[in-house]
Design a protein around this ligand. Structure first.
Ligand SMILES: *Cc1c(COP(=O)(O)O)cnc(C)c1O
Length: 401
C-alpha cells in the first residue's frame, strides 16, 4: 500500500477533522516524530486507567511523550540508570535535580568551577528560594568535608571542570557524602558515560546537557536527569511535569538520531584530542596545554584512576600576548567556529574570559588559571591533519599580533 485506501469508511469529510494515520501493516524503521500535544482516550474508564498507571498511554505532552521516552531509555542504557527523564535543556535538568533533593532551609554544596549557569543557580537563585550554598574545590575531598553542615542535603559536581579540566575526587566525595545521606549529583556532560558512569562511583543523581556530546550536532537543546532512588525519581518526574521543564518532541527526535553515532563520534574526537594536545604542546607560542591524558596535568593520577584511557575531547591551551593575540588567533582560525559551546561534531573554539567566565573579575579568573590567552577547544571528528594545520596557522597569527 503506497497511499491511504480511498474506500475506507473514515475518509475525512472536512479538513478540520483529523485524518486517521495511514499506517498499514508495515512498521517504520526510524522512530516516528510525534508532535501531538494531546492524546485521545477511548473512554473515561480508559483515561482513568492511564492516569492511574494501570494502562500504558499518553495524555498531554507536558506530562510526557513517546519521543522523550525513547530517548530517555537510550541514555538510561548508557548510564546504567532507570526511569531517566528528558528535560527541555541541560539547565532544566540541573534545576530539577537540585529541587528534587533540597528545599528552603537546606544547604547545598557546589563545585567552584561548575558550568556558568549552574554557578548562578547556586549563587543567586537557590539563596532566593531560602537555601544556603557553598562553592568548593572538588578536586580535594577535604575541601568538601570542611563545607559540610548538619543541614547539607546535596552536592553538585562535574567530573572534569570547565575550562581548566581539573578532575573532581569522585570516589573521595562519594565516600564522604554517602555516610551522611547527602545526595551526590553528577553533571556528566563533559565526561559522558563513555568515560565515566557516575552510578558506579555511588552517585545518586546523574544529569546531562544532552545538547552537547550526546546529541552532538548543535541543533537540539535538551537535558537528561535520573536518580537511583525510586522516590527521588518520582519527584523528578513530578517537578518536570509541574514546572514545565518538558522537551520538544522534535528536539528529542534529533537527539535520538545524533545518539546513534555517539560512541563512534566520541572515540574519534578523543583520538583527535589526544593527538592534538600532544601537537599543541610542541607548537611555538603555546605556553600551556591542559589535557587529562597529557603529562603535566595537575590531576594526572586522579584522571588515570577515574577516566582510565578515556581522556575525552576537551583541551585547554594558552598563548601569550593578551587580548590582541587572542583576537588574532580567532580571526586566523576561520574554519574553527568561535562559539561558546562544546560537543559538536566539528571542532569549536571558545575563549572563557569573554564567554563562560566573563562575569568574573580578572583576579577571580586568574585564581582559576584563566587568562586572556586561555582557549578551550572542543575537538570534533574532522581529519587530524586539517586540525593541526588550522591551529598552527592560528597560533602563528597570535604571535604576530
Ligand atoms: C551546557 C552545559 C549545561 C547546560 O546545558 P543547556 O543544554 O545549555 O541548558 C550544564 N552543564 C554543563 C557541564 C554544560 O556544558
Amino acid at each position: 500500500m503506497t497511499k491511504p485506501n480511498p474506500d475506507r469508511p473514515n475518509r475525512p469529510k472536512t479538513v478540520v477533522r483529523r485524518t486517521q494515520w495511514p499506517g498499514g501493516s508495515s512498521t517504520p524503521v526510524v522512530t516516528p516524530l510525534n508532535m501531538s500535544v494531546v492524546y485521545g482516550a477511548e473512554s473515561p474508564d480508559a483515561l482513568d486507567a492511564i492516569y492511574d498507571g494501570d494502562d500504558e498511554g499518553w495524555t498531554y505532552a507536558r506530562e510526557g511523550h513517546p519521543n522523550a521516552a525513547v530517548l530517555a531509555e537510550k541514555i538510561d542504557a548508557l548510564e546504567g540508570m532507570e526511569r531517566g527523564v528528558i528535560t527541555g535543556s541541560g539547565m532544566s535538568a540541573v534545576t530539577a535535580a537540585l529541587l528534587s533533593v533540597a528545599q528552603a532551609g537546606d544547604h547545598v554544596i557546589g563545585a567552584r568551577q561548575l558550568y556558568g549557569r549552574s554557578l548562578r543557580l547556586m549563587n543567586e537563585d537557590l539563596p532566593r528560594m531560602g537555601m544556603t550554598t557553598s562553592l568548593v574545590d572538588t578536586s580535594q575531598a577535604d575541601a568538601v568535608a570542611e563545607a559540610i553542615r548538619p543541614n547539607t542535603r546535596a552536592i553538585l559536581i562535574e567530573v572534569v571542570s570547565n575550562p581548566t579540566l581539573r578532575i573532581a575526587d569522585l570516589p573521595g566525595i562519594a565516600a564522604l557524602v554517602q555516610e551522611r545521606g547527602i545526595a551526590l549529583i553528577v553533571d556528566n556532560t563533559f565526561t559522558t558515560p563513555r568515560a565515566v558512569r557516575p552510578k558506579d562511583f555511588g552517585a545518586d543523581i546523574i544529569l546531562h546537557s544532552v545538547t552537547k556530546l550526546l546529541a552532538g550536532h548543535s541543533d537540539a537543546t535538551l537535558g537528561y536527569v535520573a536518580a537511583t532512588n525510586g522516590d527521588v525519581a518520582t519527584r523528578l518526574e513530578t517537578i518536570v511535569a509541574t514546572m514545565g521543564l518538558t522537551p520538544s518532541p522534535f528536539d528529542c527526535w534529533l537527539a535520538e538520531r545524533g545518539l546513534y553515532s555517539f560512541d563512534l563520534r566520541y572515540d574519534r574526537a578523543e583520538e583527535n584530542a589526544t593527538a592534538l594536545a600532544a601537537h599543541l604542546s610542541q607548537v611555538p607560542g603555546v605556553t600551556r596545554v591542559l589535557y587529562p591524558g597529557l603529562d603535566g596535568h595537575p590531576d594526572a593520577a586522579k584522571a588515570a584512576e577515574i577516566l582510565g584511557q578515556r581522556t575525552g575531547n576537551m583541551i585547554c591551551f594558552d598563548v601569550s600576548g593578551g587580548r590582541a593575540a587572542a583576537n588574532a588567533l580567532v580571526r586566523a582560525a576561520k574554519d574553527l567556529p568561535f562559539a561558546p559551546t562544546l560537543g559538536d561534531i566539528g571542532t569549536t573554539l571558545s575563549h572563557p574570559a569573554t564567554s563562560s567566565h566573563r562575569a568574573l573579575s580578572e583576579a577571580q579568573r586568574a585564581e582559576m588559571g584563566i587568562t586572556e590567552g586561555t582557549f578551550r577547544v572542543s575537538v570534533g571528528v574532522e581529519p587530524l591533519d586539517l586540525l593541526t594545520q588550522d591551529f598552527d596557522r592560528a597560533i602563528a597569527a597570535s604571535r604576530d599580533a
